[in-house]
Design a protein around this ligand. Sequence first.
Ligand SMILES: [Zn+2]
Length: 656
Amino acid sequence: MKSLWSDAEAATYQGALGLRVYTSRLLGRDKTLVLHGGGNTSVKLREKNLFGEDEDVLYVKGSGWDLETIEAAGFTPVTLSYVRRLAVLERLPDPQMVNELNTHMLRAGAPSPSVETILHAILPHTYVDHTHADAVLAVSNAPEGDKRIREIYGDRVVVIPYIMAGFDLATYCAREFPKRAGRNTIGMVLLSHGVFSFAEDARESYERMIELVSMAEEYLQKKKAWHVPVPKTEPSRVKREDIASLRRAMSDQAGFPMVLKTTQVDKFLGFARRPDVEKLSQQGPATPDHVIRTKPYPMLGRDVAAYARKYREYFEKWAPKAAEKKTMLDVAPRMVLDAEIGFVAAGRSAKDAAIVEELYDHTIDVILRAEALGGWRALDQRHTFDIEYWDLEQAKLRKAGSPPAFTGEVAVVTGAASGIGKACVDAFLKRGAAVVALDRNPAIESLWKRLDVLGLTVDLTDTKAVDEAFDKAVKRFGGIDMLVLNAGIFPASQPLASIGVDAWKQAMTVNVDAPLQLMQLAHPLLRLAPRGGRIAVIGSRNVSAPGPGAAAYSASKAALNQLARVAALEWAKDGIRINSLHPDAVYDTGLWTEDLLNARAKAYSMSVEQYKKRNLLKTEVSSKDVAELAAEMCGPLFAKTTAAQVPVDGGNERVV
Ligand SMILES: [Zn+2]
């Protein structure tokens, strides 16, 4: 492992706190050191208060910040002397510890300081760095891990047995560290948890971390336990419905819809197919705090009910041994290892699922390296339970409000690169859904750079391409709950007498045939949606009030409307609702250029402003108005409604 320190980069950060930000980010950049909010850092500074007196302040990582992207605002200042005094108390329950830390912050509105704050405070050094390095965990979780750690580090680190993070760990270290630290000590290893380094200088503290982790890596190399070969695997062909069924079963057990991310890369699929996968995977996480996101162990195969039973047994075994009454979490797995499907990560959002996958990616490395050292041994299940059901986590549970309406659900939107489609993507994202955005325009692939949007370039009239897009969607998010049929074309105005066959056919192909195929492909997935499938059809005012010169458009939209009505009749038994909305005069779309608007307004002898508002309510209808209605029609407000046709046109006397 190499130091990423650069003098040029460091020079762009100001002062002692600035360098603390810089080296924290350097740690965060290396995923083998810390992952997703894991690890924490601090710096002790002497500052003048308002009365001109010197005060010792501990700046420690605040909760909710990630080391990779932390800023100065992510470090919470607390009164060092007070926090140090806490360590001499006999007893301090963790919720009370959090209260003491929160009431001794020196900046109102700062994030809650890390639960490892007292530990940072009692270490005498200016800079303190803490990570959950993969290499240290691999050694520590091998047979005689304790002995191996001492063999690697000698008197360079103080070795601390496993104690849960929080007050107990901090007081133990406050007692033991001064006794055991010597002249050569540059760090501390917490068995089965992680590693600390410290120094008076930001760079030195960071580079000591690199040095300590490198020593563990070299040890693994020496023992031929570093490069663990990944077998070549032949992925099985997995049906979309198999993944969607699994998602349905897991969501039913959880009591809420979940996003599932599937991977079949060699590393995961190879691990899932190992003959000893049960022994390796069922012991516990690589470091205890993963359990909050991953649950204690993955599900093997697809028997979700059996997993739920086993999880209840685990809860019932350990809950009575805890000091306070515990509330059982949902019983659905967050990880699945299946010889055919590969690895499946699950979460309440696409981001949660992606994090679970990354955590297990590193967990496999730790497990296989420890295995190569003689046998992977996870921390005792009791300790894992203590973290999963920690008071502080249980308190979060009690405080959590209800999430956005579409949390854990997946929507497919067609014609999503512009206009109404683009606005639909935003409307569904705002309500917590993950969105598969389809469009002919390749710009779709990078319009939203976020984990909960999958943008795919697809010509909807290309049957094979649409089929492949559905494969990708299900692999990425686990299924489809909602489908917004928005893509359509508006052929150039032509009197009926002179419409060419090609123009007519093209309107039918794009506006009718393509939606039919999308509905057919979506149907088996929509019927597996945990809360029932929904389709929102973007129709047109032309369905009930066609215009001269728009025969192909009006006829194709009317055909689509009939399709939607028949689908509502046929698929109600599958719990699928289909509702249509009929927009008119939406001018902020790609169809309408400035010139076209001017020309149309002139034809009506109106100003553009008047032209846009020529409806009963004299109001302008935007893409966003249409998208919001489409989203609502998929939401709880329309839960008892199917086959509705709602105009969104400002009121049109020909429709009324
Ligand atoms: Zn830690």
